[in-house]
Design a protein around this ligand. Structure first.
Ligand code: PLP
Length: 397
């Protein structure tokens, strides 16, 4: 058969990057502007204030020209000294990767081990904190939304474990696939460092990341001895922008200004409700497919289902990469793949950012078509389960 020439937009059913709304595309297409021009500084200051509203924080924010990994690294090098111990709550590929990065910097990693399909046991977290009576653990690293497995952790419960045990460890939270899609409350939850990135719920191109930093974290920064330069918060504070040692990526700020405007125009609570609705439609569809030895929801903890991404476990003997290849190559839909030890075992449907019902229904129908092409067993008609749910929700609204 001849290769198809793609028409229409490539559908992003990938948990990052995500679809970029037209108004953001137009906003980032801005001519070069001097980053010290008063007109730009007004935009810049407004964007930083807006980002604080999205993070629900009054604290300092530092921004980086780099993807989420840069903000992960900034959090580590600015807070710690070689040999410091961190407690990583295992969720999946991204908690492992952040922990490995910390090891590369000579930090000691203690892991609260967890089954990736069920997630961590918070009673075990309390026990680990209580057992650390010498307070060797300097910080907890938690991924609010594990993008690799489709599971959300309650940050409020982690805060409660710290408070109940009177443990002084800082709380570092990765919000990369949750911010702007799932509720996050930096100050209410006593988060010391919140790590975020541009290309998921904020609907921007990749290349901007940031950290919200509490006064407690700023105090820890003052005594931290890990080498740092480009990402050094003290160096950044001497700058007018209080971020960016080098050139400021001005066009991304025009995009972020529009992103914040869109999120606030819809209302954050409505944004979260839309993500919950679309995610539930995806889960109902996958549950329908799961009959006849079909694929299953990877996450087995209903109270922890992620509303921004769903990982789908393939039936035994079938490779998730076949579905991804057909979806992309034949139908021009980008799905997420299995990461780390889940390679080939799961594919992931991203449902975050600039997304509505027809996009979700189109994606689900296309995944079902791809399963048919690949000869993967499933109960046909999953998309009808999604239609039923979305129509009920629309009638009730
Ligand atoms: N943390 C989480 C939860 C992620 O989903 C990702 C990327 O998908 C990262 C960290 C890494 O971010 P980046 O790819 O922007 O460097």
């Amino acid at each position: 058969t001849t290769a198809r020439t793609p028409r229409g937009r490539q559908f992003f059913a990938n948990p990052g990057p995500t679809n970029i709304p037209d108004s953001i595309l137009k906003a980032v297409a801005h001519v070069s502007i001097d980053f010290n021009d008063p007109a730009f500084l007004t935009v810049y200051d407004g964007v930083v204030a807006g980002l604080k509203r999205i993070l629900k924080t009054q604290h300092e924010i530092f921004l980086y020209t780099g993807s989420g990994h840069a903000a992960w690294e900034a959090a580590l090098v600015n807070l710690f000294s070689a040999g410091d111990a961190l407690l990583v709550i295992e969720t999946g590929h991204f908690s492992e990767s952040w922990g490995k990065m910390a090891q590369d910097f000579g930090l000691e990693i203690r892991t609260l081990a967890a089954d990736w399909r069920r997630g961590a046991d918070f009673a075990a977290l309390r026990a680990m904190l209580a057992a650390d009576s010498a307070h060797a653990i300097k910080a907890i690293c938690a991924v609010q939304n594990e993008t690799a497995t489709g599971m959300e952790l309650s940050i409020a419960e982690i805060r409660a474990a710290l408070d109940a045990t009177g443990h002084p460890a800082m709380l570092l939270v990765d919000t990369i696939s949750s911010l702007g899609s799932l509720d996050f409350r930096m100050d209410d939850w006593g988060v010391d460092v919140a790590v975020g990135g541009s290309q998921k719920g904020l609907m921007l191109p990749t290349g901007l990341s940031f950290t919200g930093v509490s006064p407690k974290a700023m105090a820890a920064h003052k005594t931290s001895r890990l080498p740092k330069s480009y990402l050094n918060w003290t160096n950044m504070l001497t700058r007018r922008h209080k971020s960016f040692i080098g050139t400021v990526p001005t066009s991304l700020f025009y995009g972020l200004q529009e992103s914040i405007r869109l999120l606030e125009e819809e209302g954050l609570d409505q944004v979260f409700a839309r993500h919950a609705r679309l995610a539930e439609a995806v889960r109902r569809c996958v549950r329908h497919w799961s009959g006849n030895n079909g694929p299953q929801l990877f996450c087995l903890a209903p109270d922890r289902f992620s509303n921004s991404v769903t990982a789908v476990q393939m039936p035994e003997g079938h490779n998730a990469e076949d579905i991804r290849r057909i979806a992309l190559g034949t139908f021009n839909v980008s799905l997420g793949g299995g990461l780390g030890r889940l390679g080939g075992k799961v594919f992931r449907i991203g449902h975050l950012g600039d997304l509505n019902e027809p996009m979700i229904l189109g994606t689900l129908a296309t995944v079902e078509a791809s399963m048919r092409v690949a000869g993967v067993p499933h109960t046909p008609g999953g998309v009808n389960a999604a239609i039923d749910y979305l129509a009920d929700q629309a009638r009730a609204a």
